[in-house]
Design a protein around this ligand. Structure first.
Ligand SMILES: [Zn+2]
Length: 407
């Protein structure tokens, strides 16, 4: 067998001995301790090789727009109002340019799989969707993009939105999202989305319970509908910041509820920390759902970017190790197993949620990313930036470590 490339000294799991990975015709041809071959090689130096990070919740269409949309109140209402006003001027070219900037940052951070939430309503129409569809095709050399179309401005309160969502699903959208808290009829919103998801046979991904008031929530209705429609394993919920305010007993009941209904939980720490708790003038709650508790209870959990440089989150570099570290810090997690769980929430769990295998074995495409550390916990603790990535054996980015120049 003729190898095109050998990656030498690669660690495939925590504590495992380094191995060599032989690549032929874009696929992994062999994995063994010492490949005797004079094919070109890359030295992983004992670093971790994995399939890359997966961002399960990232808004490309409203990224990088701080100069044209200001959040006047700092809270969710202020962010929604700012984007609604600015959206009138969105064009396909404009969304494409801002989305491309974000995707190129994500590629450089070692992200290889993204679910992007795209707003659909009668003002933006399908302009954002068309731009993201083009981005999906144009960046397929580096990453897989899953398109989740959703009614950010509400569904039942906004005539014309349902028809546009249907057009997007017929035009190549991968799944359907929801945002019941912006609808005048949240339960009707949830019911219609489940009906449409069944009709089109697609997964669902809700923005849900995005405040800190525990006197009401939509989670129970989403869980009920998930079970009623037999959609266990096909529904995800994002934010759910109300969960951060639950005492231990109620939290345990919620863990059992999600586990039983097969619902995945996504936390978006940068946005959740920036937006929630604004009603407090001191001792501000953290407002980040304790995903580690759900993860330990067997629920598929992901930590994701959500927004980059917009009124919801005026920060962002698309680094998922940074996001995992932020979550670990907020959730007060420091042990090696706790940090490894945080790593799973930006890698294996979102891969599972998006229905993509992250196995590295003979025969699969050589889609590989190198992390300059020996364990998952270290990657999170030290926010280690991937050094390079490849797709089907072709290099997609390089980010060499800084070189110290001694006197
Ligand atoms: Zn979102």
């Amino acid at each position: 067998m003729t190898l095109d490339l050998i990656i030498r000294g690669a660690r495939l799991s925590d504590g495992a001995a380094p191995v060599d990975i032989g690549v032929a015709q874009g696929r992994i041809a062999t994995i063994t301790p010492n490949i005797a071959s004079d094919a070109p090689s890359l030295d992983a130096s004992g670093g971790m090789i994995f399939r890359g990070f997966a961002d399960s919740h990232l808004h490309l269409d409203k990224a990088c727009m701080l100069e044209r949309a200001v959040n006047r109140t700092g809270d969710l209402k202020g962010a929604l109002a700012a984007v609604t006003a600015a959206k009138k001027d969105f064009t396909t070219e404009d969304v494409y340019a801002r989305g491309a900037r974000v995707l190129e940052q994500a590629i450089g951070q070692g992200t290889t799989l993204i679910r992007t939430q795209v707003e659909i309503d009668p003002v933006i129409g399908l302009a954002g969707f068309e731009a993201v569809k083009q981005l999906k095709a144009d960046y397929a050399w580096a990453l897989d993009l899953q398109i989740c179309v959703f009614p950010q401005e509400g569904l039942l309160n906004y005539p014309g939105t349902e028809e546009l969502l249907r057009a997007a699903l017929e035009g190549g959208a991968d799944l359907l999202g929801g945002c019941p808290y912006t609808d005048t009829d949240p339960e009707g919103h949830i019911a219609l989305l489940f009906a449409m998801a069944r009709e089109f046979d697609v997964d669902l991904d809700f923005h849900l319970d995005f405040d800190l008031d525990t006197s009401w929530r939509h989670l129970d209705e989403v869980a009920r509908q998930t079970i009623a429609h037999g959609m266990q394993g096909r529904v995800a919920i994002g934010h759910v910041t109300k969960l951060s305010m639950l005492p231990p007993d109620a939290l345990e009941q919620s863990v059992a509820l999600l586990k039983g209904a097969g619902i995945a939980l996504t936390v978006l720490p940068a946005t959740d920390l920036f937006i929630t708790g604004r009603e407090h003038d001191h001792a501000v709650p953290r407002g980040v759902a304790p995903a580690h508790r759900f993860h330990a209870g067997g629920v598929c959990c992901t930590v994701a970017t959500n927004n980059v440089l917009n009124p919801f989150t005026p920060y962002g570099d698309c680094s998922l190790p940074r996001m995992a570290n932020l979550f670990a810090n907020v959730a007060q997690l420091g042990g090696p197993e706790e940090l490894a769980a945080c790593f799973a929430m930006v890698s294996s769990d979102p891969f599972r949620l998006l229905g993509v295998s992250d196995r590295i074995e003979v025969g699969v495409p050589a889609d590989l990313v190198l992390l300059p550390c020996e364990s998952r916990a270290a990657a999170v603790a030290e926010i280690r930036r991937p050094v390079w990535g490849m797709r089907a054996g072709r290099m997609t980015f390089e980010a060499p470590a800084p070189r110290i120049l001694r006197p």
